[in-house]
Design a protein. Sequence first.
Length: 72
Amino acid sequence: MIITAKVKPGSKAGDKIEKQPDGTYVIYIRARAHDGEANAALIKLLAKHFDVAKTTIRIKSGTTAHTKLIEL
């Protein structure tokens, strides 16, 4: 499955996932976008949310952008 996510690193609201009506996700990450910390936190949060192993999640595009294509 491939999802489109808009990631908001450095969020004070904490780590949470919101599904939008158009099928995309808005994901709030507490970790900052520095040295891949936000991407690592994103993968960990998605693994917990979708109940899959972290190794099955891959960022297909947008590793340095806010909008990402993620393969589960």
